[in-house]
Design a protein around this ligand. Structure first.
Ligand code: FES
Length: 165
């Protein structure tokens, strides 16, 4: 695989991802994931580039930009906007909700002054909801980057955030 010359060389980055995973429909998520990993999110230019480079009339691999956007929006691990230094994911599904998730979510939003999907002006925090991550028995569940916190209460939020100062 040919490495892109710079991180922001989006055409080269997309080319390298397509070479690695193949110009085929079932490689869309791995291709988008490569871009997300390299840049921290998938900029609009990258969606255009993936569509353009995959569109091979002889092979007939055509994917509309809107389909790529929809895919990226569906998967929590992919971002369509720049994210903060730390990404907080809050499980919003019912099993976490009924054991106190709503109060935890409200506290997170209040302490960070963020709504779902927003990033603090200093670029430190991004707050997003996620669907069930299979740890309902220890809900409410909060993920900060790769760190998992279970049985979270509103009172613990200040302490959890403080670990990343
Ligand atoms: S519902 Fe929250 S981890 Fe399953």
């Amino acid at each position: 695989m040919t490495a892109p010359s710079t991180e922001r060389d989006i055409p080269a980055l997309v080319r390298a991802a397509i070479e690695k995973h193949g110009a085929k429909r079932d490689a869309l998520i791995p291709i988008l994931s490569e871009v997300n990993l390299a840049l921290g999110y998938i900029p609009g230019e990258a969606f255009k580039e993936v569509r353009k480079q995959l569109h091979d009339p002889t092979e007939g691999v055509f994917v509309a930009e809107s389909q790529l956007h929809a895919l990226a929006s569906f998967y929590d691990m992919l971002a369509t906007k720049p994210r903060g230094e730390h990404v907080i994911k809050f499980c919003e599904n019912a099993p976490c909700h009924v054991v106190g998730g709503k109060a935890v979510w409200d506290t997170l939003r209040e302490k960070l002054s963020l709504k779902n999907g927003e990033t603090t002006p200093d670029g430190k925090w991004t707050l997003v909801t996620t669907s069930c991550i299979g740890l309902c028995s220890v809900g409410p569940v909060v993920l900060v980057d790769e760190d998992l916190y279970g049985n979270v209460t509103p009172e613990q939020i200040g302490d959890i955030l403080g670990r990343y100062e």
